[in-house]
Design a protein around this ligand. Structure first.
Ligand code: SF4
Ligand code: SF4
Length: 174
């Protein structure tokens, strides 16, 4: 009898309480987005899958195949293969990352001497196989996009021009 009485009291109470919560949230700012049409703005230091952006000057990445990233990777998920070119310089042959085992620590990016490797902002990596998480050099270019264009350096002024400029400055002062 007592439990029936409790139910009669608490059922309308819980319904009204739920409606009040819903009503209050009608006037609060929305925290959800209509994904995938809307995307959350990622912070500047967001760590997505490591990538190799393309340098607009050369049309390829800045990797010199030194292998420092592969050596430091605690998960050993990076593979760098190289060859010696006709100019006797080491050239990158292939670069792969097994993103399924990457822990996004960023050590590979920190040791890269040419800043070729960067943590991308890519996070949509869902796939139905482990092989789908292994990315080659081309995939890493796609994830990294392009480095921003650097402005052309200002032409250096010759010593004669500098002397002329200082003379003009001295004349203006007098
Ligand atoms: S982020 Fe860390 S775990 Fe991932 S590839 Fe780089 S060094 Fe390895
Ligand atoms: S550390 Fe940088 S330059 Fe060296 S192999 Fe890795 S990505 Fe290439």
């Amino acid at each position: 009898m007592w439990s029936l009485f409790k139910e009669i009291i608490y059922t309308p109470y819980s319904v009204v309480k739920g409606l009040i919560v819903t009503f209050v949230h009608l006037f609060r700012p929305k925290v959800t987005l209509q994904y995938p049409d809307e995307r959350v703005e990622l912070p500047e230091n967001y760590r997505g899958v490591p990538s190799l952006p393309v340098d607009p000057k050369t049309g390829t990445d800045r990797c010199i195949a030194c292998g420092a990233c592969a050596r430091i990777c605690p998960e050993q998920v990076l593979t760098v293969t190289s060859e010696i070119g006709e100019d006797k310089k080491r050239k990158l042959q292939e670069f792969t990352i097994d993103a399924s085992r990457c822990m996004w620590c960023g050590l590979c990016v920190e040791v890269c001497p040419t800043d070729a490797l960067v943590m991308s902002k890519v996070y949509e990596l869902a796939t139905d196989s482990r092989e789908g998480m292994v990315f080659n050099r081309e995939d890493m270019h796609r994830h990294g996009g392009m480095f921003p264009e650097e402005p052309e350096p200002e032409p250096e002024t010759s010593e004669e021009q500098q002397a002329d400029n200082s003379k003009e400055g001295a004349q203006e002062q007098s």
